[in-house]
Design a protein around this ligand. Structure first.
Ligand SMILES: [Ca+2]
Length: 421
């Protein structure tokens, strides 16, 4: 990179690239977070390939027609995920591209999470080439099915692989035609988190005006509302400065009572915890029924969740959930040997009240929206019982990515009421 240390590289869209040692520990899952400022609507930002053979494993992240494309091949067919909206050129964005076995996820900025699984039996990613950023030294390196025609033109900022920051300027093995990225204002990088406003007050300085409840130079710190359990009311406990309410209570200090039959309004961060007793586990052959009315305009988010206890990691564990994906209701459950996913035919996020009935009997399940015909499905494998120990969360949940094993990152906005059933 010449004589000067470049911490934020600028790629020229032609011969620029930086390479790093081949990725390791990514066979089962790979999560790439990348901060980028594109100058052109096309170009390869990230590539990692396998051995040259008939079908070559690879992962690529590109700009295609102004959209972000996340593409991977595990051996039996590609998954190609696209951001729903084009990203603005000349501005900083952040993408998260993740695959867990065959299941892929892509989110750009605060947009919806796109989901798609790769086809066929292959589950593992087998990587042999270096990891490339911004381009490759020769097009020969790229497998044809990756469908790459341009290299990336623009800047790449922070890069995280499986939650670890890549040291862009020291850990590379090779680089070509890299220069230094220049921003007009220090606010261009969007340094203020959690909805904070950025003010630029000198050439290299910025100041964040944080929203209520956040503090720190970049508004990265969630203000503590408690230091000890006694500051959380009604039997709530203090976990890392935030009250985790006992079932039947809600609010920052758990002051609100939430009886079991209720109507509640949620914003993105709100939720209600109910004791698991309101939703008793029944014998494998008798039906379990969830009935509720919902009125929401959210396209993504968690409506109801029961899985592991709060504080445990939910990845791979049994759960039962109702959520929204692209506005469609998704009833999902995992009994230990495979997940069932039932998706409503129509979106339900039209700001009108809808009656939802979700019923599970062993592996079999169905959902019914209003008076429409029921939609049936079943989970794979032999397991019949859902082994869930935790509280039931409605409208959202604390620490959602951890609790739900990455299935949900937001709650819903809107109203939920239980019917008198
Ligand atoms: Ca493979």
């Amino acid at each position: 990179m010449g004589g000067e240390l470049v911490t934020t590289p600028l790629f020229d869209g032609k011969s620029s690239f930086i390479s790093y040692p081949p990725l390791t520990n990514i066979h089962d899952d790979l999560r790439v977070e990348l901060e980028f400022k594109p100058q052109s609507a096309h170009g390869l930002m990230f590539f990692s390939g396998g051995k040259k053979m008939k079908v070559e494993d690879f992962v690529s992240i590109s700009m295609v027609n102004g959209l972000v494309e996340f593409r991977y091949e595990l051996g039996t067919g590609q998954a190609v995920l696209l951001s729903p909206e084009p990203v603005s050129l000349g501005q900083w964005h952040r993408l998260v591209a993740e695959r867990v076995m065959k299941a892929g996820f892509l989110q750009v900025d605060q947009g919806p999470v796109e989901r798609l699984s790769s086809p066929g039996k292959a589950q593992g990613l087998n990587i042999h080439t270096p990891m490339y950023l911004g381009g490759v030294p020769s097009l020969e390196i790229l497998p044809k099915p990756a469908n790459v025609s341009h290299m990336f033109e623009g800047c790449i900022g922070e890069v995280l692989i499986n939650n670890k920051t890549v040291d862009l300027s020291y850990s590379f093995t090779e680089s070509n035609a890299i220069s230094k990225c220049v921003d007009n204002s220090p606010c261009d990088r969007r340094p203020c988190l959690n909805g904070g406003d950025c003010m630029s007050n000198a050439e290299y300085e910025y100041q964040c005006l944080c929203k209520d409840g956040f503090e720190g130079e970049r508004c990265e710190v969630v203000k503590d509302v408690c230091q000890r359990d006694s500051q959380c009311l009604n039997g709530g406990s203090c976990v890392e400065g935030q009250c985790v309410c006992a079932p039947g209570h809600s609010g920052p200090t758990c002051a609100q009572h939430s009886p079991y039959q209720y109507a509640a309004h949620f914003d993105n961060n709100g939720y209600i915890a109910l004791p698991k007793a309101v939703f008793p586990r029944s014998a494998p052959d008798s039906p379990e029924t969830i009935e509720l009315d919902i009125n929401t305009s959210s396209s993504e988010g968690l409506i109801l969740w029961q899985g592991v206890d709060h504080g445990e990691h939910g990845k791979g564990k049994d759960f039962i959930s109702l959520g929204l994906h692209n506005g469609h209701l998704v009833f999902s459950y995992q009994l230990g040997s495979g997940e069932a996913q039932l998706r409503s035919r129509r979106p339900i996020n039209d700001g009108q009240w809808h009656k939802i009935t979700a019923v599970r009997t062993g592996k079999e399940g169905y959902i019914q929206i209003d008076e429409e015909p029921a939609l049936h499905g079943q989970s794979k494998g032999k397991s019949l019982m859902v082994n869930t120990k935790g509280s039931i969360f409605l409208g959202g949940a604390p620490d959602m990515p951890k609790l739900t094993g990455g299935k949900f990152s937001t709650g819903i906005s809107g109203c939920v009421r239980t019917c008198p059933c």
